[in-house]
Write a protein that binds this ligand. Structure first.
Ligand SMILES: [Zn+2]
Length: 330
């Protein structure tokens, strides 16, 4: 009894290379394996399947199936099977059940948003055999998601299929797909060229003069993700031998993704080697954030913001006056 196989895997799991190898194995035994793929674009006249590793093989289009004589066919192989329609999967089922010819489909399980493709949906539903072709994320975990990447960033909105676009796809584990992290995050201490980070530092402290006062002697830490500077922090030493977080800023378009928290936890670890206590002076609106990390209120410096800054600082529609000082044991 012939079977319908669905072999799915994320981008870069060598599905096409596998398909070509299977066809080759049939040919070596003197048998005939028909290579098919759905035609996505009417302009596509290539009639080839090609793998990332450089293997290529001629193919016919699924849409041409009616013109192909299947009597001498020992096996049907379908590449890019995620793009099949329900009717095309039904057609493959009939080849298996009525002609007793095995059909082996290779394709992605889910699209860049994590939704099943139409072809994958019906293959998952009807295949006799469902097998996973595994590949790994940069972190070493199994990659099951296909991230769409445009301009170096993971994008989560758009059409399921983009023809002729300049997007590329990267296989990621579910966690890194959700976070949009294409490469390991990196936290570095910066000693030279600190001024380059001024625009981001100004996000957390609107006074350039104030920043210049602590940046030179302070320790600047930078969190990089996907080759982009995402968050910065400046630590300085206090006269009482403890340390103080003078600035913690996250790039406006990267907020709410836990980067500030990651940088802060890194600082706790690094600073604990040299200090017992970390202080931070902040506005009322940020107290809850720091309390989540174990900071407790230590004092208030009345009129700090009105006295030390030339321009009034408005936060949530109110002019900032007092600085709240928080402290945390390291
Ligand atoms: Zn990962």
């Amino acid at each position: 009894m012939a079977k319908l196989y669905f072999r799915y895997g994320a981008m870069g799991s060598s599905k096409t290379a596998n398909a070509i190898m299977v066809q080759y194995n049939y040919q070596e035994r003197g048998q005939n394996a028909l290579m098919l793929k759905p035609r996505l674009d009417s302009r596509d006249e290539e009639h080839t399947v090609g793998s990332r590793s450089g293997l290529n093989a001629p193919c016919r289009y699924m849409e041409e199936l009616d013109d192909i004589d299947l009597t001498a066919c020992d096996c049907v192989i379908v590449d890019e099977a995620q793009f099949l329609t329900k009717a095309q999967v039904q057609r493959l089922v009939s080849i298996v059940d009525e002609l007793n010819v095995p059909v082996i489909c290779y394709g992605l399980r889910a699209d860049f948003q994590g939704n099943l493709f139409e072809g994958s949906h019906w293959l998952m539903a009807w295949a006799d055999s469902i097998e996973e072709i595994k590949t790994v994320c940069w972190c070493g975990r199994k990659a099951i998601m296909n991230a769409r990447v445009a301009n170096g960033r993971v994008v989560k909105t758009g059409e399921q299929i983009v023809l002729g676009g300049n997007e590329s796809y990267v296989a990621l584990c579910r966690r890194h797909w959700a976070l949009g992290e294409l490469a390991p995050m990196e936290i570095r201490r910066i000693s030279a060229g600190k001024a380059a980070y001024m625009p981001l530092l100004l996000e957390a402290d609107p006074s350039r003069a104030m920043i210049e006062r602590y940046l030179d002697a302070g320790e600047l830490y930078v969190l990089m993700a996907n080759g982009q500077t995402v968050a910065v922090a400046v630590m300085s030493e206090r006269e009482d031998g403890s340390c103080e977080l003078k600035n913690l800023a996250v790039a406006p378009d990267m907020r709410g993704q836990g980067y500030g928290a990651k940088l802060l936890r890194h600082l706790f670890k690094v600073m604990a080697a040299r200090y017992d206590r970390m202080y931070v002076g902040t506005s009322e609106g940020n107290v809850a954030f720091y309390e989540r990390f174990g900071f407790v209120k230590d004092g208030v410096i009345a009129d700090f913001f009105t006295e030390h800054y030339e321009e009034p600082i408005v936060e949530d529609g109110r002019v900032l006056r007092d600085m709240i000082v928080l402290a945390r044991q390291l």
